[in-house]
Write a protein that binds this ligand. Structure first.
Ligand code: PEP
Ligand code: MN
Length: 378
């Protein structure tokens, strides 16, 4: 793997109309065999500008590049995961904020909610329960990719206004919602505007669309909504991480990577083979927060001989390994759910689930202390 690329990290709030900036650009334009691309990240406090140099950068001395006007830091990067990856001496951030909620490699958010929106009553019962247990995030499927064309496909844009209004009513800040076509992004945007932006949305790209490159590009071109990208259920981890990089290469770097199990009959009797051992791997290779989806991994409400649901066992396994987000199916009446009822947890199980999550989270924090204590031994 060659380190053929380079990132110039400019001083915060650099003025692109300034003489210094123009000088920098003029210099870069003259570099032989090097192309560049500017990326701006507009934050609450400051705007960060990064310039990606691609091509024959190996011959450019780091020290010379550091001396260029407006340049604060220079990082050499590998071919892989240029933007979202972690590179040597790369101190770029591993978190972002959206609608007042922090998403990082060092914290945890639970997104409990409906796999598919069916009616306003169930949405309201779900959100009310979330609020009463201090939750500000949820999942609500409006566009459902289904195996069978005759199965319920989701209510689509018709349900968005009441979903968003109810979210506002119950203090929900972020709704994870799958989109399967770029037109869905415009529909979500329009419904948010129409209802006065009562909540935020994290666009979800499902496992069936992990390598739908045109969808990735269009979702990557917008920066209004962060994105949860699910790994592909039948491709390598590397291929799925490259899919995430598509989003970033188009401009959207607010990406969370979702593990949801792999499709193989070796997973039987679970729906998918649980892949949460990849939590630390993704956090090592990239700067993305990592989400686990225990519901679509396990796919049932079976319990172990210890009486603990398999869904809750694997949730704990992911969190104790450092997962940053949990996407989990709940339903007020699972037997009436139109999609994935058999794997849904109930409202009564919500406080139990959250307490179990807290135990696993504390265990992970304890493990972080332990590794510090023994750091001198390795
Ligand atoms: C979902 O989260 O509702 C879903 C369909 O998940 P996946 O894309 O992982 O199958
Ligand atoms: Mn589902």
């Amino acid at each position: 793997m060659g380190y053929n690329n380079m990132i110039l990290i400019l001083s915060p709030d650099v003025d692109v109309n300034s003489q210094d900036y123009q000088k920098l650009i003029a210099y870069l334009e003259k570099l032989p065999q090097v192309k560049f691309r500017t990326h701006q990240e507009i934050g609450n406090q400051q705007t960060l500008t990064e310039i990606y140099l691609i091509g024959d950068t190996a011959i450019l001395p780091l020290d010379d590049m550091k001396q260029l006007p407006c340049v604060e830091r220079v990082v050499r990067i590998s071919e892989e995961y240029r933007i979202l990856g972690r590179h040597k001496d790369d101190h770029r951030s591993t978190h972002f904020e959206y609608n007042g909620v922090r998403f990082g490699q060092d914290n945890l958010n639970v997104f409990a909610g409906l796999c598919a929106v069916d009616n306003p009553q169930h949405v309201e019962q779900m959100m009310q329960a979330l609020q009463s247990h201090g939750q500000v995030c949820t999942r609500m499927g409006a566009y459902k990719p289904r195996t069978n064309p005759y199965s319920f496909q989701g209510h689509g844009k018709e349900c968005l206004p009441y979903v968003f209004e109810l979210a506002g009513k119950y203090g929900i800040k972020v709704i994870a919602m799958e989109v399967t076509h770029e037109s869905h992004v415009a529909e979500i945007h329009a419904a948010l505007e129409q209802t006065g932006n009562p909540t935020g949305v994290m666009l979800q790209i499902g496992t069936r669309n992990t390598q739908n490159f045109e969808l990735l590009k269009s979702v990557g071109r917008q920066t209004q909504f962060p994105v949860l990208l699910k790994r592909g259920f039948g491709i390598t981890l590397e291929e799925s991480l490259n899919a995430a990089e598509y989003l970033a290469s188009e401009g959207n770097t607010r990406v969370i990577f979702g593990l949801r199990g792999m499709k193989t009959n070796m997973a039987d009797p679970h729906r998918n083979f649980v892949d949460f051992a990849h939590v630390p791997v993704v956090k090592r290779l990239t700067r993305m927060p990592v989400c686990i989806d225990p519901s679509h991994s396990v796919g049932t409400r079976e319990r172990g001989s210890d009486n603990i649901l398999d869904v809750m066992h694997v949730t704990a396994q992911g969190i104790i390994a450092g997962a940053n987000m949990v996407l989990v199916d709940f339903h007020p009446a699972p037997d009436k759910a139109l999609v994935d009822g058999p794997q849904a947890l109930t409202m009564a199980e919500l406080p139990y689930f959250l307490e179990d999550v807290a135990i696993a989270e504390q265990a992970y924090k304890d493990r972080l202390q332990l590794v510090k204590k023994y750091a001198s031994t390795f």
